[in-house]
Ligand binder design. Structure first.
Ligand code: FPP
Length: 246
């Protein structure tokens, strides 16, 4: 039986950190850590709907990750491509809808191609929204939105007085998603690393010391249970929230 928490986080974002350290601490090449990380991606994607999660945004490759050694970058790209090729049928059968945030055109052609195919094939699915952050950087995303808004103003399609939070949010990659309710970061570090800076304004943060290759479904369940114990006040008082006053 699936037991939904009383207040399931509808959108969960994850910084999947610690693959490299997991591997190095075992005397293994870093790429083995990433391979084991892919196994956790598969497991977490399968477990999420059962916990009432409707959208999952995974930080799979940041705009800064391009600065890693070429072999690691190419290894990660290969793992991503293989994951999509191997899992596509299964994801589609389970109604998963794939989307991407980030600079998809910076990715190797064959990876961008598989991604476009996956997005297209799953576009009408109504289950879990699996949003992959690839070549993603939050500051660049905000700059890009500002540039697009400025262009619309210059072209007289928008007047500066009309620019508000909704307008800005509508120019971000995440325009079709609600803001994350819960952010999980594995690997022990407690920082945001240029991830969803605008969207995380009121998100509950959950940091765990374990490395991503160790983050199994039961760990996701624990994170959801922890979220469920929190009171989200959005600037109001605890009494207002309890009393249900708006
Ligand atoms: C951070 O660990 C992890 C990454 C930069 C890549 C995450 C990628 C995957 C889990 C696999 C591919 C993803 C999908 C969606 C199939 P790190 O290398 O920075 O670890 P470290 O801090 O221990 O060095």
């Amino acid at each position: 039986m699936t037991v939904f928490p009383t207040q399931a986080p509808l959108h969960v974002a994850i910084i999947m950190d610690g693959n490299g350290r997991w591997a190095t601490s075992r005397g293994l090449p870093r790429l083995v850590g990433h391979k084991n990380g892919v196994d956790r991606v598969r497991e977490i994607v399968r477990a999420a709907p059962g916990l009432g999660i409707g959208a999952l945004t995974l930080y799979a490759f940041s705009s800064e990750n391009w600065n890693r050694p070429k072999t690691e970058v190419m290894g990660l790209m290969g793992l991503l491509k293989t994951f999509l090729e191997k899992e596509m049928d299964d994801l589609h059968a389970n109604q998963v809808r794939i989307s991407v945030i980030g600079e998809i055109k910076k990715l190797p052609t064959e990876v961008a191609e598989v991604l476009r195919r996956s997005i297209n094939t799953t576009r009408d699915n109504t289950g879990l929204k699996l949003n992959l952050a690839l070549s993603y950087g939050s500051r660049d995303e905000i700059v890009r939105a500002a540039r697009d808004i400025a262009r619309e103003c210059c072209e007289k399609k928008l007047s500066p007085e009309k620019i508000n939070r909704d307008v800005l949010a509508a120019h971000l990659y995440t325009r079709e998603l609600s803001d994350p309710d819960l952010l999980i970061r594995t690997g022990g570090e407690q920082r945001l690393s240029n991830f969803l800076l605008w969207q995380l304004s009121y998100t509950e943060l959950y940091f765990v010391p374990i490395y991503w290759p160790e983050f199994k479904a039961k760990e996701l369940k624990k994170a959801v249970a922890d979220f469920n114990r929190r009171q989200r006040r959005f600037g109001r008082t605890g009494e207002q929230i309890k009393g249900g006053r708006s």
